[in-house]
Design a protein around this ligand. Structure first.
Ligand SMILES: Cc1ncc(COP(=O)(O)O)c(C=O)c1O
Length: 348
């Protein structure tokens, strides 16, 4: 049985969080002389002289409406990368605890583990990029606090079998973090509706991909109220700046635009795949549930260098285990994809 007290770090259990000026005041007021801000304004068109809402109430209310998850089950981070770091700092004792990652996968789990001095035990995905459940079961020990699953997975593009994820959720007594950064492009359904079913579930999503707001740095974690409370205690008080909160709120009113782009991206992905299949140096194209495709080639580094020389940047993943010879190509606009294809047609 999952019990948050069994995995929470003692220093976090006992932590008295920073109390900001605005946390300590409730009600109406017109004169704010409590936070040592500049009372005159900002040297800008828009005033940013006041600290932002530390709990991002309005953005969460809007997200709650869109996602069908109560605001109290939502954490916002400075990108989902911050949510990943906050989870390490909340649950993993440096030098003692470990997490399980399943490469090839998103690189920040390992980097965040290294920063926090937490061992990341690697259990490779199978040849078809699915979970090795037996390997994971063997790797779990009494200090294993978290398992990271990325679905759809970066860099492979495929979704992880739902039944396998549910097996972990039902049997693992630590946290199962499902990173759904690319879920908007996927045929599979999100896990955020399962929060009431699994107390150990954390779902990560982001406004950086389908929502087109990578520059604003807003990531989301969806989890039980008790997990979200811990994360809110550990995060820096004003982790989402005022400009990001305002602009995110504006953007979240444009669901239709985002859905149109998702549709367009998927159409462009299909076209790109068809064109790539014709290339003599393409060995395989892996099925994608994301806005990128992983392409196995005869010589990834040579093709990568050739493209760089033509001003086109893709991601060379050839040095990643199980991705030998692979390039990861993000789906661009129609014009960008045509340029890529026409350039690749000149590669000898
Ligand atoms: C799987 C995955 N998770 C998280 C992120 C980072 O998201 P954010 O921009 O919200 O920090 C990325 C970015 O590439 C990603 O591929």
């Amino acid at each position: 049985m999952f019990d948050i007290n069994n995995i929470l770090r003692n220093n976090i259990k006992n932590l008295v969080p920073y109390s900001s000026a605005r946390d300590e005041f409730q009600g109406e007021a017109s004169v704010f002389l409590d936070a040592n801000e500049n009372a005159f304004g900002s040297p800008l068109q828009t005033a940013y002289n006041r600290y932002p809402d530390p709990m991002q109430y309005q953005v969460k209310m809007k997200l709650s409406q869109i996602k069908g998850v109560p605001a109290r089950n939502i954490f916002l981070g400075n990108g989902s990368d911050e949510a990943i770091d906050v989870l390490f700092r909340s649950f993993c004792n440096p030098g003692v605890d470990n997490v399980i990652i399943v490469p090839p996968t998103y690189g920040m789990y390992q980097v965040s583990a290294n920063i926090n001095d937490v061992e990341a035990k690697k259990v490779l995905l199978t040849e078809d990029y699915q979970l090795n459940l037996e390997g994971i079961a063997e790797a779990i020990d009494k200090n294993t606090k978290v398992i990271f699953i990325c679905s759809p997975n970066n860099p492979t593009g495929n979704s992880i079998n739902r039944d396998d994820i549910e097996t972990l959720l039902a049997n693992f007594t630590g946290l199962v973090i499902i990173d759904e950064a690319y879920i908007n492009f996927s045929r599979q359904k999100t896990f955020i509706q399962e929060l009431t079913e699994y107390a150990n579930l954390v779902v990560l999503q982001t406004l950086s991909k389908a929502w087109g707001l990578a520059g604003l740095r807003i990531g989301m974690a969806f989890a039980s109220e008790e997990i979200i409370e811990v994360m809110n205690k550990v995060k820096p008080p004003y982790n989402i700046n005022e400009a990001s909160q305002t602009l995110a709120l504006e953007a979240l009113a444009n669901v239709k635009q985002v859905n149109d782009w998702i549709k367009e991206t998927l159409e462009q992905r299909d076209k790109l795949v068809l064109a790539l299949k014709e290339m003599p140096f393409v060995v395989d194209i892996y099925p994608s549930d994301a806005n990128f495709v992983l392409v196995k080639t005869t010589n990834a580094t040579a093709i990568y260098d050739f493209l760089v020389n033509q001003g086109i940047i893709v991601r060379n993943r050839t040095n990643v285990e199980l991705c030998e010879g692979c390039l990861r190509i993000t789906v661009g606009t129609s014009a960008e994809n045509i340029k890529l294809i026409e350039t690749l047609q000149q590669y000898k």
